[in-house]
Structures are given as C-alpha cells and as structure tokens.
Design a protein around this ligand. Structure first.
Ligand SMILES: CC(C)(COP(=O)(O)OP(=O)(O)OC[C@H]1O[C@@H](n2cnc3c(N)ncnc32)[C@H](O)[C@@H]1OP(=O)(O)O)[C@@H](O)C(=O)NCCC(=O)NCCS
Length: 305
C-alpha cells in the first residue's frame, strides 16, 4: 500500500513538475478530439441525455418532466440543493468534460472501477454547476482552499458546493452565500466501538454504548456522516478535531444534529446539520451555515425521457 501511494505521488508530481509534458498531453488530447470531430462530425453536447430530475424524500424521482428543471432560475439563497448521482449510470464521454488536473488525478487510480467513479462524479459536478450558472460544464474552473476544499472560480454568482462519493453513489450539495458540506457513506461491517473510541467525542461514544446492538452500525454511520458533513462545510476536513464536537446519533428526524462544539464554540448558532434520508445501505448528511434553508433533492439521470 505504501509502495502504491509512493508510486502514485511520484507519478503525480512528475507530471506537475513538468508543465511542458502536461501541455503536450493536453495538446495531444485536443488533436485527437479535433480529428474525431472531422471524422464523426462535431460532438453535440446538448444531445447528451444528462438530466437532473426532482426527487422525493426517499430519493425516488418525484415527477416526470421532459424539460431539465435544474437551471439558473433555482432558488439557491434559501435552499441547499442535493443531487444524488448513480456512478454506475453510463455517461457519454464524461472525461471530455474534465480539465487536465482532473485527468491526471483520474489516471492515478489503480483500479478502473475507481477511475470510472471519479470521472463520473466530477463530470456530474460540472454538469450540475454548469446548469446553475448557465455555462458549459467543460468551461468551469476550480480552485481549492488550504485544505483542499474545491470552489468554483469566477461563476458570477456566489455559488458554493461540496461533493461526496461512496461505492456507486455520489452526492453533490449546492447552495449560494453559505458554506456547505456533504457526506455519504456505504454501510459496512466495522468495529464500531474501536472506531468510536478513536474518532468520536465522549458523549457520542457513550450514546453509542446505549444503542441496541442491531442499530449500532447504522448509528455509527449516522454520527460519522453528520460529523464529516460538518467538517467538510468548515473546509478543514479531518484536520479539524473530530472529538472536539458532538452530534446526535438518533434517527428521530430532528434537523439540528450538532449538539456541542468545544473546538468552535460559536458553531452551534452558526451551523445546521441535517441527515438525508437515502436508499438502503447508504447513510448521508449535509451541513451548511445556519439560516432559513431547506433541502431540495434531485436525481442525476441519463435515462431516456
Ligand atoms: C475532505 C475529507 C474529509 C474527505 O473525505 P472522504 O470521506 O474520503 O471523501 P468524500 O467522498 O466525502 O469527499 C471527497 C470530496 O470532498 C471534497 N474535498 C476535498 N477536500 C475537502 C475539504 N478540505 N473540505 C471539504 N471538502 C473537501 C472534494 O470534492 C473531494 O472529492 P475528490 O476527491 O473527488 O476531488 C478528507 O479528504 C480530508 O480530511 N481532507 C483534508 C486533507 C488535508 O487536511 N489536507 C491538507 C493539505 S492539502
């Protein structure tokens, strides 16, 4: 594993330290695209059946509509839009939408399955954000904060987003004027108490001890996703001490799940964490700066209308 990480980091820095090689690869990709366009005609991106349809609470498509309703007209100020993506849904040429940095990252994956998931997730981020700002997905540019949180560069509106992927699913949370974080996890057998001891705050660990054995794994992931959505909203990632704040573990539908925050005492007033009902086997949560926002859910689909 260490060898793999070492080899990947060498490959990564090798390319980035040689911009001439990178631009040569990009020029080559452009030449191949131009040649393909000469042979097959220009690619009509608008013909791609990539749609974002409203979803209900459980994530099921809520209504059938030929028109893609995900557009700049959406309410971003009082809503956090959460797009659910099936990463095993086949997009047409998703890599065409990515920039050089994303392509280099995609190339670093050892397994094709992980590469496909990364490419599809990033392509859908571009499709969704592109619809929000009325621009072509491939024209979007990103920068990242000190701890790697990506943000859109120069979209004209103050759009904030966050991505999370797990297994064959991804969630993209999008809003405006407030930071946002999202996390999705695939439920799996784990050593709940060992992990809780390492990562949870004392009140969370003791709440977990009192939960019925059959609900301990779901409760662990409810707690984990709520915590991770919060630290991703902050932009600090795992650099923020996970045991420095507490969330609830319950499944009671309460919307304020952040309970205490010794590492950031003002956080209780400033942030709201909401669990997202999702399909069986997955657990998810979203966090955003407090205010009167509601979650609006969407499904990304390539299904024919
Ligand atoms: C952010 C973090 C918690 C994500 O954990 P994860 O459960 O493995 O991954 P998720 O699928 O939920 O989220 C990954 C996505 O979050 C976003 N992201 C990356 N860094 C982020 C950060 N600091 N804050 C919020 N979101 C971040 C990216 O879009 C990323 O997608 P990508 O890897 O496909 O580009 C973890 O990677 C982390 O702690 N990063 C910070 C690392 C750090 O401190 N770096 C310091 C120097 S660079």
């Amino acid at each position: 594993m260490y060898f793999l990480a070492f080899r990947q980091s060498i490959g990564y820095s090798y390319l980035w330290e040689r911009p001439s090689l990178l631009s040569c690869l990009s020029a080559r990709a452009r030449t191949i695209r131009a040649r393909r366009a000469r042979i097959f005609g220009p690619m009509d991106r608008s013909a791609r059946n990539w749609r974002l349809v409203p979803a209900d609470e459980r994530g099921i498509d809520a209504e059938e509509s030929a028109a893609d309703p995900f557009s700049p007209g959406l309410d971003f100020l009082s809503s956090v839009h959460v797009v659910r993506v099936r990463l095993d849904d086949t997009l047409a040429d998703p890599i065409e939408l990515l920039d050089d940095e994303e392509r280099v990252r995609a190339a670093r994956f050892v397994f094709d399955r992980d590469r496909r998931r990364f490419i599809n997730a990033h392509a859908w981020v571009r499709v969704a954000l592109g619809r929000c700002v009325g621009r072509a997905p491939e024209s979007l540019r990103f920068a990242s904060g000190g701890r790697g949180k990506p943000r859109l560069v120069g979209p004209g509106i103050d759009l904030r987003f966050n991505l999370s992927h797990a297994g064959e699913r991804a969630l993209i949370a999008i809003t405006s004027g407030r930071e946002v974080g999202v996390d999705i996890e695939k439920e799996r057998p784990i050593e709940v108490f060992e992990l809780a001891r390492r990562f949870f705050s004392p009140p969370e660990s003791s709440e977990l001890q009192n939960i019925a054995a059959s609900d301990q794994i779901p409760a662990f992931f409810r707690c984990w996703t709520r915590k991770e959505a919060f630290i991703k909203a902050l932009g600090d990632g795992l650099a923020f001490p996970l045991d420095g704040f507490a969330v609830s573990l319950g499944n009671d539908g309460s919307s304020q799940l952040l309970r205490a925050c010794s590492s950031a005492p003002d956080a209780l007033q400033q942030w709201r964490v909401v669990s997202l009902p999702t399909e069986a086997g997955y657990v998810a949560a979203v966090a955003a700066r407090a205010g009167d926002w509601r979650v609006v859910r969407w499904n990304a689909t390539t299904r024919d209308v």
